[in-house]
Ligand binder design. Structure first.
Ligand SMILES: [Zn+2]
Length: 489
């Protein structure tokens, strides 16, 4: 981590450990936000952040919390991530506090968030950033909804409600739903409309996403690293972000347009539709107000304030079909009316900095001031084995693996190696168990009840009560095997 900071100055790393009374601290959680990601997001991306937690599938079950933004070309932009034991309120609060400190005040910058309706995240968000614009992923709402109601017509109604861009459209869609099924309507009506419908979204962020696809995409990209030991996984994720940022920086280096390509193609669709609409000048002093009509619908476009009744322009920063019709009447190009956040200048600002390479372990500076139990990597297990072998050799013995290989054949040698790995894991689990037992004793002494998280943790760790016995058995097996191979001529 020291090396990471040396290569990437300005990066935030928050390592949290659990203090142990009789030994070095135990790894608890780790937050990382690269300076390149932080600066790129704050200066070059729209103020829209997706949050999500995903399971790690390695030996050390835990979760990876991620904060993902979106660049001017609607591609994902990683901001920060953290390794925690589970998606609790406490962990989310710690993550959000770190994120808030890195990105700056949410009221000044107007950060908008999107996430699942995660039980730990919602109260944590309320405590760290009170009253922040927080959307819930429509896909998540929809999947919860379809668990209760399987009716096809009802399923479609959910999407109709969340995609309506005006309050009137939304109300009509909800009324229609109420007529079909009152219980379903009640279920959706209980949700805060600001959190799931375009009609009530804040138009500040210029992102009209109703789903948390950015996080899903990122989680998909790092899927293959999620099963690796923690340190290896974190290093793989860093190199992925480094590659990803370099590729995006390079991919549009020769592009000369002012507006990002994906925004331009979305605008093209609006321009095509605009020919069906007829603009009429209202006659205000600045000649900015238009009535735009396609029978029987009429909307008002205000070119000065970049607004339309349909709210598409306000929500996305792109002129809607009605605005395009009015702009054509005024002889103006819609491309020039696109919000700056969707331009190539913003895009290039986001990728101006890069993540610097981090040399591998043999080039690291020796660290003596921090000492803690961190999850063991595969390389460390190999080191451990080699150390044992050297010890045996110094005593004039042939290493057990070699003896086994020679006398019993390769399969036995593999079994012993696996036993060694299991013994190591077991030892580490035992440390956790001891820690929880100490906590339990302390709480009993202080006559304090344990909270929900602590109770669950303790319950999980009781599975490991038989560890001493298991360790003993392992040792006996190991001895048996050794004796067996020594007895053989
Ligand atoms: Zn419009």
């Amino acid at each position: 981590m020291k090396q990471l900071l040396l290569s990437n100055p300005g990066t935030t790393i928050d390592l949290d450990v659990t203090e142990m009374p009789d030994s070095v601290p135990l790894f608890r959680r780790l937050y990382i936000c690269f300076e390149a990601c932080r600066k790129g997001f704050v200066l070059g991306c729209r103020p829209f952040i997706g949050l999500d937690g995903t399971f790690l599938k390695g030996f050390y079950d835990g979760q990876l919390l991620t904060a993902i933004g979106q660049d001017a070309n609607n591609q994902i932009f990683p901001i920060a991530y953290a390794v925690v034991d589970s998606e609790t309120k406490d962990n989310w609060k710690w993550f959000l506090e770190n994120l808030h400190a890195d990105l700056g005040n949410y009221r000044v910058h107007g950060w908008n968030f999107i996430s699942d309706q995660q039980k730990g995240l919602i109260p944590a968000m309320k405590e760290v950033m009170h009253d922040v614009h927080h959307r819930f992923c429509a896909m998540h709402i929809w999947s919860n909804f379809t668990k209760r109601w399987k009716d096809k017509q009802l399923k479609g109604a959910v999407w109709e409600c969340c995609k309506s861009t005006t309050v009137q459209q939304f109300d009509v869609a909800m009324m229609r739903l109420k007529e079909v099924n009152e219980a379903a309507w009640e279920y959706l009506n209980r949700l805060d409309p600001k959190s799931w419908t375009k009609a009530h979204f804040s138009d500040w962020s210029k992102v009209d996403n109703v789903t948390n696809n950015n996080c899903e995409t990122f989680n998909g990209k790092i899927l293959k690293y999620r099963g690796k030991p923690t340190i290896t996984m974190l290093e793989e994720v860093r190199t992925y972000i480094m590659r990803f940022m370099a590729r995006n920086k390079k991919s549009f280096s020769g592009y000369i347009g002012r507006v990002a390509p994906r925004q331009l193609s979305r605008l093209e669709r609006e321009k095509e539709e605009s020919s069906k609409w007829t603009p009429t000048l209202a006659g205000d002093d600045d000649m900015n107000i238009y009535e735009v009509e396609k029978h029987p619908t009429k909307v008002t476009v205000d070119l000065g304030n970049q607004e339309c009744t349909c709210r598409f322009w306000q929500l996305t920063g792109l002129p809607c079909r009605h605005a395009c019709a009015a702009l054509a009447h005024r002889g103006r190009r819609p491309e020039e009316q696109i919000h700056n956040w969707l331009g190539m200048q913003a895009y290039n600002t986001a990728y101006r900095q890069n993540i610097n390479p981090v040399p591998s372990k043999e080039f690291w500076e020796k660290v003596t001031d921090i000492l803690f139990f961190h999850p063991i990597t595969k390389e460390e297990l190999v080191d451990l084995r080699k150390r044992e072998e050297r010890k045996e050799m110094s005593r004039g013995l042939t290493p057990i693996r070699t003896r086994l290989k020679e006398n019993m054949g390769r399969p036995y040698a593999i079994i012993v190696a696996r036993l060694a790995i299991i013994a190591n894991l077991v030892r580490e689990r035992r440390m956790t168990l001891m820690m929880w037992q100490q906590l339990l004793q302390k709480r009993r002494k202080d006559k304090q009840p344990m909270n929900q998280v602590e109770r669950t943790k303790l319950h999980q760790s009781t599975k490991w009560r038989q560890l001493p016995y298991l360790l003993k058995t392992l040792r006996v097996w190991h001895l048996d095997l050794t004796r067996l191979c020594l007895l053989r001529p």
